[in-house]
Design a protein around this ligand. Structure first.
Ligand code: ADP
Ligand code: KDG
Length: 319
């Protein structure tokens, strides 16, 4: 068995330094919330496997090659000739504002079903990592996420769910309804502070405010609720009543996309290493800081021997 199994949609990603409407030179890469997490974990030496679907096309080949090059297991990834790999274009519209465009409806990744995922589940894992994005891709991926969560729960794995709400894919109301039946299987819920109402939207007594939302989630059976607070860091609420907050690292901001995924990788790494709560948050914040201080979702994430790198004084040259 691997340490962490994850799956979802990884896309060909085109990054433009300026507005698309007038044309700009592009950089191509691959990105997907779950594969970002898998790469972050693999860089730290954990065994991570990604079991998504790609098309039988050049973007699909780039995705699999990239994941293999990052030591992410792809033995259970699938290639579907009947649909294309999804794509995403990210334009820096103005200095501090990035706009995303998707080409992902009817993509290969949206063909995922519980049957396609079964071999990966049979392999076993210590942790299953899910995100709300996969649940938004269509009925097959939602069912696959649900069955994976039920299987993992029944086999005693840790089940992590990052809410990762994407307004471009579905409404908060639809997300709340779809995620509700999954929650009984979730061990660790990870959400930004503004995503908590998305998950609790479908609760019978809709809790108002962060404190009540967290309490309602812990009552629903989760062991831990982890709240991401951007440049302020993060908080961890444990079912046993303990609560920890750890500030973010201070780093120059290059590209904030991918920070949440890096954070998840750091948190799960801390869990796998058996770190105490505050140390798990510190590792999560450290990976989030690496993501914001470098271009790309995952390209700048640290290897284990680089975890302390951000403690260096600004402007340091290591020689
Ligand atoms: P998301 O990318 O999912 O919206 P956040 O913006 O909350 O999530 O960022 C996730 C984590 O990344 C934060 O909890 C923090 O650890 C780190 N992070 C985000 N922004 C910054 C920043 N400006 N400086 C340092 N760390 C940051
Ligand atoms: O978290 C970063 C991801 O959002 C990303 O790179 C692409 O998976 C993605 C999505 O659906 O937006």
């Amino acid at each position: 068995p691997v340490d962490v199994l994850t799956f979802g949609e990884t896309m060909l990603t085109v990054q433009l330094p300026g507005p698309l409407a007038v044309g700009a030179d592009a950089r191509t890469t691959v990105a997907g919330a779950e594969s970002n997490v898998a790469i972050g974990l693999a860089r730290l030496g954990h065994r991570a496997a990604w079991a998504g679907l790609v098309g039988d096309d050049e973007p699909g080949r780039l995705i699999l090659r990239t994941l293999r090059g990052e030591n992410v297991g792809t033995a259970r990834a699938g290639v579907r000739p009947e649909a294309p790999t999804g794509g995403m274009l990210r334009e820096r519209r103005v200095a501090d504002l990035v706009r995303v465009h998707y080409w992902r409806s009817h993509s290969a990744a949206s063909l995922l079903t519980p049957a396609a995922l079964a071999p990966a589940l049979d392999d076993g894992a210590r942790v299953l990592h899910l995100t709300g994005i996969t649940c938004a891709l269509g009925p097959g991926p939602l069912e696959a996420a649900h069955e994976a969560a039920a299987h993992a729960h029944a086999h005693g794995w840790t089940v992590a769910l990052d809410v990762n709400h994407r307004q471009r894919l579905w409404t908060a109301e639809d997300a709340g309804k779809a995620l509700l039946p999954l929650l009984e299987h979730v061990t660790v819920l990870i959400a930004s502070d503004d995503e908590l109402p998305v998950v609790t939207h479908a609760f019978a007594e809709r809790p108002e405010g962060e404190e009540r939302a967290v309490a309602a989630l812990l009552d629903a059976g989760m062991r831990e609720v982890v709240v991401k607070r951007g440049e302020e860091g993060a908080a961890l609420h444990n079912r046993n009543g303990s609560r920890h907050t750890v500030p973010a690292l201070r780093v120059p901001v290059r590209d904030t996309v991918g920070a949440g995924d890096a954070f998840c990788a750091g948190y799960l790494s801390g869990l796998l290493d058996g770190l105490p709560p505050a140390a798990r948050l510190t590792r999560a914040n450290t990976l989030g800081a690496f993501a914001v201080a470098s271009d790309g979702d995952w390209e700048g994430l640290p290897r284990r021997d680089e975890l302390e790198l951000l403690a260096a004084a600004p402007g340091t040259t290591i020689r």
